[in-house]
Structure formats: structure tokens, C-alpha cells
Design a protein around this ligand. Structure first.
Ligand SMILES: [Zn+2]
Ligand SMILES: [Zn+2]
Length: 353
């Protein structure tokens, strides 16, 4: 049984320290890979801090992980030792229900999809990507294209698919105007992907502090919502808004006013508090208020290939295992540009006392 180092926290203070974990040998249809890089997603932080419900500690989070296949089960056909692979938000589902067969495993209802750290079908706690190894069914592993610099690939597996899927579904492309709300881990991916799809991209951020980056990544316009009159001047402008912010006090009505009739406002930011929306803002312009939850396995592979073809890379800051605790605080303080990626080779270093 492979035994590897991982980083775990023991309670909602989310203080990370190194532990040793046992992973299972791959079953006939599974692969085992050595995790090299793992992204830190904001949802890891919500989970680790108990903000989304009770957690079984010690918790090893991480659902954006990439590495090299080190062992394959006897019936594996998609991968061989040495391949570059990744795992995103899900590691299993039934693959037989109407949603799984439609390529939307995230909506599996038989009984549900299994998310990368949590519990498995037997009710056992599972570990995630802040680990030097991972065993997974081959049909939930993604192929990482050579063109994508490997240390930047991990965030695509959550932030990439979370933004790609709604942009594609709602028709971002030539002759569309897309607004990206928020210029963080998700927003900076949405800007690049929407721009590669051919849309005219606008960023709406509270301040102009990231304007240079936004324009470099593909935005044609950058608006500061903190400046008076900004949203009023954008009335009936956009075909599509991708909202990546999770602020509890977002003025939905003001943003819905910036949509053209029939336009769609798609939320991927997941605020904690229920939103209050005046429905006249939707009804009077036949507007759509929608949500979007990651994407299926096939679509995730399509997104990876799209990013390879269009040279889309997450902008990352590399950190070691001992930096995770501090990184969490910086993410919640919006001080990361734009996504932390953990280099798991640092796990071999002696942890600080
Ligand atoms: Zn995520
Ligand atoms: Zn299913």
C-alpha cells in the first residue's frame, strides 16, 4: 500500500500540518498517480473551516490535483505509467443514470456524485489533493495536454471548468458581450476563456487594482463598480454575466439592469446568505438568473484541450506545504494573484517545529 505525506487540518481553525496517509493500491479499473501540484480552491477553505457543515477531521482537502501515473490496474485502458493526469471535483458516480450518461456526472442521482474529499460509497472519509498520491477510477482521471505548463494545470480542474461550462452553455462567442464579475481565481479564468471563445469581454471589479492584468488576459474593458455611476452607464449592455464573487451584499438588481433583454446572469460564486432580488428586474426584460456547478468529465477534458489550444494558463503563485495555513488567510483577504498551487515535493522537507 503506498504511504505518502499529506497536509491536514484538525479543526475549523484550519491550521495545516504534515501527516502520513495510506492510499490503496489501484483496483483493476483504477490508476494511482503521484500528485505533483495541487491548487487551493476557495471551497477548500469554506469546507476546512466548517462553514459548509460538519467535517470529519483530520481533513486533507484539495480537488485540483495533477501528477504522473505511477501504477495502473490490470483492466486500465486509457492511461499508462508516466502519463500526466489530473483529478477535479469528483472521483466517482454511478455512470449509469440519466445524468451520468448525458455527461453530467455532477448531477448523478444514483445516489449522487462523490466529491474529491469527503466520503466514499462505503461512508469512509477520503483524502484530497494536498497529498503526494491519489488513487482513482480511470474514468474520473483527466489527461493533461503537454502544451499546458504542468504547474499551472491544477486550477483548471475546478476554476477552469467552473467558468468554461457556463460560458459555453450560454453561448459566449463572437458578437456577444460578456461581463465577468470579480477578478480573482475564477474571474481571471473566465476572462481568458471568454476572450478565446471570441466574446467582447468586460471585467467589473470593485476597484481598478487588477485592470492591467485583466486587459493583459483578454478583457477589452475594465469597470470599477466602486466608482459612482459605473453600473448605470452599462445599462442594457451585456448578453451574459458570469458572477464569480461570493459577496453576501451584492446588488443583483443593479447588475441585472446591465443585461440586454433575454440576457443571462449566471452565478458561480456561491454566497453564504440567501439573496434578495426584485423579480421585476428579471420579468421586465425576459432575463435569466441562472447557476452553474462545475461540469462533467467529458466537458472537463474538452476544457483542458481548449486551454491547451488557446494557450490559456491560470496565473499561479507556488507555495510549499508549510505555507498552506497562511495561504488560506491570504485567499480570504483577496491577496492572492490569482491562484495558489502547492508543490508537493516540498512535503519531503522537514516541517517547521
Ligand atoms: Zn473548487
Ligand atoms: Zn449517475
Amino acid at each position: 500500500m503506498p504511504q505518502v505525506y499529506a497536509y491536514a487540518c484538525d479543526d475549523e481553525r484550519s491550521l495545516f500540518h504534515r501527516i502520513t496517509i495510506d492510499l490503496r493500491e489501484p483496483a483493476p479499473k483504477e490508476i494511482y498517480f503521484e500528485v505533483m501540484y495541487a491548487g487551493i480552491c476557495h471551497s477548500d477553505i469554506h469546507t476546512a473551516r466548517g462553514e459548509w457543515g460538519p467535517v470529519a477531521y483530520p481533513l486533507v482537502p484539495g480537488h485540483e490535483l495533477v501528477g504522473i501515473v505511477a501504477a495502473v490496474g490490470s483492466e486500465v485502458t486509457k492511461f499508462k505509467v508516466g502519463d500526466k493526469v489530473g483529478v477535479g471535483c469528483m472521483f466517482a458516480s454511478c455512470k449509469e443514470c440519466e445524468y451520468c450518461t448525458a455527461g453530467e456526472e455532477q448531477f448523478c442521482n444514483n445516489p449522487h456524485a462523490y466529491f474529491t474529499y469527503g466520503v466514499d460509497a462505503e461512508g469512509k472519509s477520503t483524502t484530497g489533493g494536498y497529498s503526494q498520491g491519489f488513487t482513482v477510477r480511470e474514468d474520473f482521471a483527466l489527461r493533461i495536454p503537454e502544451e499546458i505548463p504542468f504547474h499551472t494545470a491544477a486550477p483548471l480542474l475546478c476554476a477552469g471548468i467552473t467558468t468554461y461550462s457556463p460560458l459555453k452553455f450560454w453561448g459566449a462567442g463572437p458578437d456577444t458581450k460578456v461581463a465577468v464579475l470579480g477578478m480573482g481565481g475564477l474571474g481571471h479564468m473566465a476572462v481568458q476563456i471568454a476572450s478565446a471563445m471570441g466574446a467582447q469581454v468586460h471585467v467589473i471589479s470593485h476597484t481598478r487594482s487588477k485592470e492591467k492584468d485583466g486587459k493583459r488576459l483578454g478583457a477589452s474593458y475594465y469597470h470599477a463598480s466602486g466608482e459612482a455611476g459605473t453600473l448605470e452607464a452599462l445599462r442594457s449592455t451585456f448578453d451574459l454575466i458570469i458572477c464569480t464573487v461570493s459577496a453576501n451584499d451584492l446588488d443583483y438588481g443593479a447588475y441585472l439592469d446591465t443585461l440586454k433583454p433575454h440576457g443571462a446572469f449566471v452565478d458561480v460564486g456561491l454566497p453564504e446568505a440567501p439573496a434578495r432580488i426584485n423579480l421585476s428586474k428579471i420579468i421586465l426584460g425576459n432575463k435569466i438568473l441562472a447557476g452553474s456547478n462545475i461540469g462533467g468529465i467529458e466537458e472537463t477534458q474538452e476544457m483542458l484541450d481548449f486551454c491547451a489550444e488557446h494557450s490559456i494558463h491560470p496565473v499561479v503563485e507556488m507555495i510549499g506545504g508549510e505555507d498552506i495555513t497562511e495561504a488560506y488567510n491570504k485567499v480570504t483577504a483577496s491577496q492572492v494573484r490569482y491562484h495558489y498551487v502547492i508543490d508537493t515535493s516540498t512535503f519531503n522537507d522537514k516541517p517547521a517545529a
